[in-house]
Ligand binder design. Structure first.
Ligand SMILES: [Zn+2]
Length: 424
């Protein structure tokens, strides 16, 4: 199976300048192809018979003229890769897989695509990987990369990407896992429907995503470390002031650009915390005993409601929840789902989703559902059977119970998004 991997690179100041120049050249070619396409479309509307199309190709040498002498400073393979990538994206667009390739702006994250001719990734005498960038005649030498693992095979092409002054090297490689024996979700559903409910009880885990406890899976819960929480709350104040200042600054001014960079860095740090949390949590969830992982089928609408509360059960401290905290969690919840999904699939486990309806108000023991059951944000006391539990743990048990009942029911079907639904 193909696996993607991303490493942090630490280029020197000189290397940064050269890489940025190359990225600029690649972008010029991409944008030129976009404009060429735009021009040809106008032309075809006016001058070509209906049903015939102008030729779209991957040539780029026509853009290397006296007007663009700096394109010669960039290895031509990089320019070619940019044109080829544009052409491949265009082919995908024709098949309806993605949108029409769009022009790229200067300030956005940019990247270059390097094929085997313009990079060498090899092991040195100590068995550590080292990465050489460029051709024999035009290169930037060895790039310092933080290889956090040596467990990959050398790829055919790599991508160097710049995001807010940080550089990354990423690529796909064949990891040797045979993907053809891995099951689809339908097969899992069919397989597990033969199990008894006691057997399912042992291998199923319900995962509740909440605000107080970000992730509750069975008896264990996952939260940001205290250090991360402290860092995160520190960042909060770095948002408002620059944002207000930004709105007053003149467009295109140098101060505004500086302010923007600062803000972007804060955003990136927060996103790093979030990514890290999602990767670690998803790994631990998938490495656990459970074979069936169950999520609620969350929608943005439901989440807004869960913060604001309903008429009968108004949310408390709504302001705190609707701020940055929720902003972070919202994105983390979806990310976690995606990460768990692909990690589970690779290790022969399955992710199902169930309806999130009233999971926070239902008793996991007797099934009694009422808003009064939820005494506090974190405390659940059933008004009928007296079952007292942490609210998130109770919700996680409800999710698990729902999934088991649905798996055992012969009328259950899987929706496109992997949600277990019973139409009867
Ligand atoms: Zn109860």
């Amino acid at each position: 199976m193909l696996t993607g991997i991303k490493f942090l690179a630490k280029p020197s100041t000189e290397q940064k300048i050269r890489l940025s120049q190359w990225m600029g050249c690649a972008r010029v070619i991409w944008n030129a192809k976009c404009e060429e396409d735009e021009y040809l479309r106008k032309f075809s509307v006016r001058y070509l018979p209906v049903g015939t199309y102008p030729p779209i190709d991957q040539t780029f040498s026509q853009y290397k003229t006296e007007l663009t002498p700096w394109l010669k400073d960039c290895p031509s393979q990089i320019l070619r890769n940019s044109a080829v990538n544009w052409y491949q994206t265009y082919q995908k667009f024709l098949k309806g897989i993605c949108g029409r390739p769009r022009k790229k702006r200067k300030g956005d994250a940019s990247s270059i695509h390097l094929t085997r001719e313009v990079f060498i990734l090899e092991k040195d005498a100590f068995g550590n990987f080292k990465l050489f960038i460029g051709s024999k005649t035009n290169n930037i030498g060895y790039l310092r990369v933080k290889f956090h693992t040596n467990n990959f095979s050398v790829p055919n092409s790599i991508r160097i990407r710049r995001e807010k002054d940080r550089y990354y090297v990423s690529f796909c490689y064949e990891d040797g896992i045979d993907g053809s024996d891995l099951w689809e979700k339908e097969q899992y559903l069919k397989h597990f429907s033969q199990f008894s409910s006691a057997e399912l009880d042992e291998i199923t885990i319900g995962i509740d995503r909440g605000i107080k406890r970000p992730v509750q899976a069975g008896d264990s819960y996952f939260d940001l470390s205290d250090n991360e929480k402290r860092k995160r709350s520190g960042r909060e104040k770095y948002f408002k002031r620059p944002q207000r200042r930004l709105s007053k600054q003149k467009k295109g001014s140098r101060r505004r650009e500086l302010c923007k960079t600062k803000l972007g860095k804060t955003h990136q740090r927060i996103s790093n915390i979030r990514n890290n949390f999602c990767h670690q949590t998803s790994k631990r969830l998938v490495q656990g005993q459970s074979k069936i992982l169950v999520f609620e089928d969350l929608k943005t609408k439901n989440m807004n409601r869960s913060a604001r509360g309903t008429v009968e059960n108004p949310g408390k401290k709504v302001r705190a929840k609707s701020g940055l905290n929720r902003n972070i969690l919202n994105q983390a919840w979806f990310k976690l789902e995606t990460f768990v999904e692909y990690k589970a699939h690779r290790s022969g486990k399955v992710v199902f989703k169930v309806s999130p309806h009233h999971t926070s108000q239902e008793c996991a023991d007797c099934g009694h559902t009422h808003p009064d059951n939820r005494v506090r944000q974190d405390l659940f006391v059933c008004t009928v059977c007296g079952n007292t539990d942490n609210a998130d743990r109770n919700a996680s048990r409800v999710i698990k119970k729902r999934a088991i009942n649905l798996i055992l029911d012969s009328g259950t079907e899987l929706s496109k998004k992997g949600v277990l639904v019973n139409s009867s």
